[in-house]
Each structure stands twice: as structure tokens, then as C-alpha cells.
Design a protein around this ligand. Structure first.
Ligand SMILES: [Mg+2]
Length: 123
């Protein structure tokens, strides 16, 4: 399997060099890009969620994956501007995956907000 995230990381590094963003990191501008892409992802996902006839669901889901990738690429740009390395990201991804793996029905439950959260310990 190819490492799509590494491919995107390398592409983002090339993009930043091409536009000299690596020489003039503008955090507020980059975070605005993240917010814009999150808003676009929200629009696609909720558009899919509220499509009652399902006829547009396939198209919406394709757009949703592209919008999700847009979010990821803008976040990678932020991390790159903060001088994080790809190894830093790999380490964080592994930590998060391990945390996910460790959550079970013994430790977590879906709370009233629909979030999987640590179970309350009775005192
Ligand atoms: Mg987008």
C-alpha cells in the first residue's frame, strides 16, 4: 500500500517551497485556510446526511472525501510551518490509533452528546 499521507506531506512541502510559504509562515492565514476547509467539509457531510432520497449520496460522498483531504492538507501546512517533521506526525498518529484501540465497552460508552467518552467511575 502506498503511503498517501506521506505523498500529501511531500506535495505540501513542494507547494510551500514553490510559493515561498516556508520562508514566511503566516499562521493566521494558514488557520483561516483550515477553517474554510472545515466549513466546506461540514457542508458536504451535512448535505449528504440530509439527502432524503439518497440520489445524490454517491456524489456527496466523493466530495466529502475530497473536502476531508483538503482539511488534512491545510493542517499539514500548519504543522510544517511549526517545523514539525513527518516522523512527529507518524508518532502522533500511532499514539492516537493506540488510544482508539484501548477504548472498549469496559472503559467507554456513548454519552448523551453522542460522543464515545470515558465511563463515569462511581464514587
Ligand atoms: Mg475544499
Amino acid at each position: 500500500m502506498t503511503d498517501a499521507l506521506k505523498r500529501l506531506w511531500d506535495s505540501t512541502a513542494d507547494f510551500q517551497k514553490r510559493f515561498r510559504l516556508d520562508e514566511q509562515f503566516n499562521l493566521p492565514a494558514q488557520m483561516r485556510c483550515v477553517s474554510e476547509e472545515l466549513a466546506e467539509l461540514n457542508k458536504e457531510v451535512y448535505g449528504w446526511y440530509f439527502t432524503e432520497d439518497g440520489l445524490e449520496a454517491e456524489n456527496f460522498s466523493i466530495n466529502a472525501t475530497e473536502e476531508a483531504a483538503d482539511v488534512i492538507v491545510t493542517v499539514l501546512g500548519v504543522l510544517m510551518g511549526m517545523h514539525m517533521s513527518y516522523a512527529d506526525i507518524e508518532d502522533a498518529l500511532e499514539r492516537i490509533a493506540a488510544k482508539n484501540d484501548a477504548k472498549t465497552h469496559d472503559t467507554h460508552a456513548i454519552n448523551e452528546n453522542g460522543k464515545v467518552a470515558r465511563k463515569e467511575v462511581a464514587s
